[in-house]
Design a protein around this ligand. Structure first.
Ligand code: URA
Length: 246
């Protein structure tokens, strides 16, 4: 027998989406503010099949339900916000307030530095998060790098060697691909994500990164029409493109 979608009690579903405590969301249902397929749901014990299309079928206080669990987002991260849950200003402050109370919580898939902009993925799906960041998945990340000084011309070979060592690290970096755009601009594609890796790689070859922007993760490219600070919900096709080669 095939397994159907997971089900949740109505009050648990709404409380987990941040609509309030179990008691508060029970009150929303009693007040006739929750509908499914156009029918009022007054009974909070009722189990709801949590399907990806729930937001188009369910309303709370006249508004479509927030995206159900299994949410994956891409954000065009601006500089000046952190991927931490503790050091404000947080990237999470760019999401709707209610989403900060969701259970499971939304987390970034990997991190970008405070001063790095560009494609940042976020999800409440822990298994997917681990799959994308696992070294076994080999998900590439491409960075658009602006430099303080002109490239010397030897950086591509050093980065691709698989022998480059960063200070206070015990293992060499995996080969990385450098594509030169101009004397002070290049794309760098990595398959790993060590602390401040791009900035440290250029510092190790005597240069300094003045601007860093990630424009691709796996086969997913940041859309040019997604403004800084904005986000978009990913569909199944986008998610599988993250895990496929660019
Ligand atoms: N490398 C860096 O130095 N910073 C980032 O944010 C990502 C990669």
């Amino acid at each position: 027998m095939s397994k159907g979608p997971p089900t949740l009690r109505l009050d648990r579903l709404l409380a987990n989406l941040g609509y309030g405590s179990r008691r508060e969301v029970q009150r929303l249902a009693v007040m006739g503010l929750v509908t499914l397929d156009g029918t009022l749901l007054r009974d909070s014990d009722q189990r709801i099949a949590v399907t990806p299309d729930l937001s188009s079928r369910m309303t709370v206080d006249g508004e479509p339900l927030d995206p159900p669990p299994g949410l994956v987002l891409m954000m065009n991260k601006p500089t000046g916000v952190t991927c931490s849950h503790k050091e404000p200003p947080l990237v999470y402050s760019l999401l709707p307030d209610r989403w900060r109370d969701r259970e499971p919580a939304i987390s970034t898939i990997g991190r970008l530095d405070k001063e790095t902009s560009g494609l940042l993925l976020l999800t409440d799906d822990g298994a997917l998060l681990h799959k994308i960041i696992s070294p076994r998945s080999n998900v590439t990340k491409r960075y658009d790098v602006t430099l303080d000084r002109p490239l010397k011309g030897t950086e591509d070979k050093i980065f691709a060697s698989g022998e480059m060592m960063l200070e206070s690290e015990k293992t060499p970096l995996l080969p990385a691909k450098l594509e030169v755009v101009s004397p002070t601009r290049a794309y760098l594609t990595l398959t790993e994500g060590r602390y401040h890796q791009v900035r440290r790689m250029f510092a190790a070859v005597g240069n300094h990164v003045t601007a860093l922007h990630r424009d691709r993760v796996g086969g997913l490219t940041l859309p040019v029409d997604l403004p800084l600070g904005q986000y978009r919900i990913l569909n199944e096709k986008d998610i599988s493109s993250v895990l496929s080669a660019p």
